[in-house]
Design a protein around this ligand. Sequence first.
Ligand code: SF4
Length: 335
Amino acid sequence: MNGSSLDIREAIAAAKAKCLAGEPLTKEEMVRLLDIPVGSEEDLLLRRTAKEAAMAVTGGKGYIWCAVGMDFVPCSMNCDFCSFGEKWQVIKEPHHVTEEEILKSVRRYVEGGAAYIVLRTTEFYSVDRLLSYIPVIRKEVPGEYVIILNTGEMTPETAEKVAAGGVYGVYHALRLREGMDTPFDPAVRINTMKNVSGSPLKLISLTEPVGPEHTSEEIAEAFLNTVRCGAVIGGTMARFPVPGTPLGDTRRLTDEEMAHLVAVLRLSGGNVVHDICVHPASPQTMESGANVMVVESGAIPRDTDFAENDWHDTSMLRARQLLEDAGYAVSSVDV
Ligand code: SF4
């Protein structure tokens, strides 16, 4: 073993010690781990170490995150990676999910062991309309699950109203190259994240959508922003290139690359980010420290067709299988 390999092994051990002590890594420490070549011996050590840390931090609990895409409609924000951007004109038959369709999906997800039921929308969906569904879902679908919204920007007042409406948490992210690949002012996105975590709501935020062009520095900075904003679930999502969008001819990251990212993020979040979510999930990512996986249906910003059933190779059975194969017990959230 050469000197630098030894140094990297020491850096991995030090990162695990910090993680178990509840201390987030610094940007420099994260970049060092992110720069380990994917597939190298050191990478495999990093991933094994992250899995050990995950088991210790989570107590072996894994969670299924089930998203219902509510509105398959053009969105005027036109993010470069999103099929809903109205300028890309790839949505041919707009569709708003009906109450009946929502209940059908939620029932199926809850029966399959979902911990999180997520109502996901484009940027300008009415929050009041979303909140009107919460009591209906609760009445019609009993079970031990929490409800999450993934929608547009929120003021402190909106966040309080959403919490009072029976919502557990909100997904919101400062996307990679926000303001370049999207028209948003990054400060606006960060404000919403802070407004959520400053309310009774939990903030959930992934480092996304990751493509091959993103540098270790950008990824580390984006993840540390989620830590600073107080996200309780972090993680990462790959960019799924959608034909017809400006970033549609890029490459999707491999499962090995995603596993590498997951491992670094797992060791980096201290006692702020408790759970690590990954999309798409694979045996490699679940063996590298992720303990939350995504199943989704309806309007998917990663596709040009409405998904009547679970999208691509996401399904409740597969989610359970991946979590259990990695040694996690499929659990509900302690509230
Ligand atoms: S990512 Fe969100 S805000 Fe951007 S175009 Fe898609 S739906 Fe609209």
